[in-house]
Design a protein around this ligand. Structure first.
Ligand code: 13P
Length: 247
């Protein structure tokens, strides 16, 4: 069976200014020879400048969210077409911070996925349970429900990834155990195979949640882990490169 090409994406969240572009260039300068595709997802206002700064390098640039509509009276929002116009090649959708703070539902995330596909963006669709859900023994059904509800059938044949990010492991320094990650990723793989057939073997399933240089090797080599979605540790070139080279 062919394995998916791993993807390691940095989610800068609401961090980064024009003065941070040098950090992105340092990342690009250090990725050569790595085994993964590498992306940085900066705040939307930095996208165009970052995509210019990284032109000709191996590092792709992505958005952190996109509206489900292409244009209109949606104050403060950014469309997938705008992200693509600014140089984005990927887009993170359904991050737990957006599911929680903006009440994004699976159906809305699915709509955003379709918008991304209309404009040729590669979606990274995030799923993950809260601590309360895990403690109640609901982690598997919650995450599998998110996978089924957030991934429309139109994704078949397109390049996309799923990022498993347990909410309780994000920005907390806590990481899921390798056994927990492998259990969840295997269940996600089985669900993707049920939804998309044999080609689902090529969909990278990323892990996210306090990935750092010290734990990257163990996580990236766990079964069914096809890369990582990295928050805080992607802001510093040295840390992000150490994660990339742990593969
Ligand atoms: P941290 O790596 O900072 O825990 O963030 C993970 C995340 O939410 C990436 O999308």
């Amino acid at each position: 069976m062919t394995a998916p090409t791993p993807l390691i994406a940095g989610n800068w969240k609401m961090n980064g200014l024009a003065s941070s572009l040098g950090e992105a260039q340092a990342i690009a300068a250090g990725v050569a020879g790595g085994k993964a595709r590498v992306a940085i997802c900066p705040p939307a206002v930095l996208l165009e400048r970052m995509s210019r700064a990284l032109a000709g390098t191996e590092v792709l640039v992505g958005g952190q969210d996109a509206h489900g509509e292409d244009a209109g009276a949606f104050t403060g929002d950014v469309s997938a077409e705008m992200l693509a116009d600014a140089g984005a090649r990927l887009v993170i959708l359904g991050h737990s911070e957006r599911r929680e703070a903006y009440h994004e539902t699976d159906a809305l995330v699915g709509k955003k996925v379709l918008a991304a596909l209309r404009w040729g963006l590669e979606p990274i669709v995030c799923v993950g349970e809260t601590l309360a859900q895990r403690q109640a023994g609901e982690a598997l059904p919650v995450v599998i429900g998110q996978v089924r509800g957030s991934l429309p059938p139109e994704l078949a044949g397109h390049l996309f990834s799923v990022a498993y990010e347990p909410v309780w492991a994000i920005g907390t320094g806590l990481t899921a155990t390798v056994a927990d990650i492998e259990e969840m990723h295997s269940a996600i793989r089985a669900t993707l195979t049920d939804m998309f057939g044999a080609s689902a073997a090529l969909i990278p399933i990323l892990y996210g949640g306090s990935v750092k240089p010290a734990n990257a090797r163990e996580i990236l080599h766990a079964a069914e882990v096809g890369g990582a979605l990295v928050g805080g540790a992607s802001l510093k070139a040295a840390d992000f490169l150490a994660i990339i080279h742990a593969l």
